[in-house]
Design a protein around this ligand. Structure first.
Ligand SMILES: Nc1nc2c(c(=O)[nH]1)N[C@H]1C(S)=C(S)[C@@H](COP(=O)(O)O)O[C@H]1N2
Ligand SMILES: [Mo]
Length: 316
């Protein structure tokens, strides 16, 4: 086991949650005293972009799309993160309790270099890039988000998976004192998701540490979350603490909860309806008219070959 100590300042460059927390607490108190309007402060949970540390990154244009970005406010206040509650506003209102520093990630299973790595160890070798991706939730809404992150494949290579590593499983933090939604058994905690190893190594798949050029807000999965743009949103595990390399396909939390509705692959596919609704259209957050949902969320040219010969109705 390799346990390294915190020996540089990378973490404070990634997230300075204390600043955000103080502001949140102040807003709560002032709102309680009905002072907020007098102080010209919003009463809702508006995220302030300036509360988050600026990141250094280059712009990746290889996968660029020419679509309007979803406003920062929507990206950071319309969230699914059931660890903080099931309504869209719960994460932005409750996630300030989450302590993302110190943070470590355990690397397990079929790899030559397993161990517990600090977040600094994980991030240090990886230059950050901005990637503007479409994001499609299985519920029928979508966004366009400028993520900041790095290819997951570059991280995976460092741990040297063995030839038996066919799948990668991602586990989210379980800490009910800070993740108040975990005090109810909405899902089987901790949240677990997985990818086939070739999906995980695909150049489109990234580990994100920021959005809109700034460190990730807690509600978006700080300090580190997955972004797999051709799959439904729930495959994008947030606040990851464990990455495990395995031989057999993992059973994700959503497959455990409702196996008839959520499969392992969960590729965006307008031809395969969810048992309770069609997937042919989506509402881009901020737009009135619905748009057509694209096969693989518009990333067919890059990813369709990963599934050649597979019956995508069976492997939904
Ligand atoms: N740990 C965890 N990860 C999660 C979820 C969750 O509830 N818990 N929700 C998923 C779903 S359904 C979606 S649509 C996306 C939302 O990501 P966003 O809030 O950054 O838009 O996170 C995914 N990752
Ligand atoms: Mo979702």
């Amino acid at each position: 086991m390799l346990i390294k100590t915190k020996n540089d300042i990378a973490i404070s460059e990634i997230t300075d949650e204390s600043v955000y927390l103080k502001r949140r607490e102040f807003m709560k108190v002032s709102a309680g005293l009905a002072l907020a309007p007098l102080l010209g402060m919003p009463l809702d949970s508006q995220a302030a972009i300036n509360d988050y540390a600026k990141l250094n990154f280059s712009k990746n244009t290889k996968f660029a799309i020419d679509e309007k970005l979803t406003p920062y406010k929507d990206v950071t206040t319309y969230n699914n993160f059931y660890e903080f509650g099931t309504s869209k506003s719960d994460p932005s209102e409750e996630a300030y309790r989450l302590k993302t520093s110190p943070w470590s990630v355990s690397i397990e299973g079929e790899v030559e270099k397993p161990g517990t790595y600090t977040l600094e160890d994980i991030l240090r070798p990886h230059p950050l890039q901005e990637r503007i991706y479409r994001f499609r939730c299985v519920e029928g809404w979508s966004m366009v988000i400028p993520w900041v992150g790095f290819p997951l494949g570059d991280l995976i290579k460092r741990f040297q998976p063995t030839s038996r590593a066919r799948y990668v499983e991602f586990t989210t933090l379980e800490r009910p004192a800070e993740m108040i939604g975990q005090n109810r058994s909405i899902l089987n905690w901790p949240y677990v998701e997985g990818l086939r190893i070739d999906e995980a190594m695909h150049p489109l798949t990234i580990m994100a540490v920021g959005l809109y050029g700034r460190a990730l807000p807690n509600q978006n999965g700080a300090p580190m979350r997955l972004v797999v743009p051709w799959k439904y949103g729930f495959k994008n595990s947030k606040s990851i603490v464990k990455i495990r390399f395995i031989e057999k396909q993992p059973v994700s939390t959503w497959m455990q909860a409702v196996p008839s509705e959520y499969g392992f692959y969960s590729n965006v596919n307008p031809q395969v309806a969810h048992p309770r609704w069609s997937q042919q259209r989506e509402r881009r957050i901020g737009e009135f008219l619905k748009r057509k949902t694209l096969m693989f969320n518009g990333y067919s040219d890059q990813v369709a070959q990963l599934y050649s010969g597979m019956d995508l109705r069976k492997y939904f």
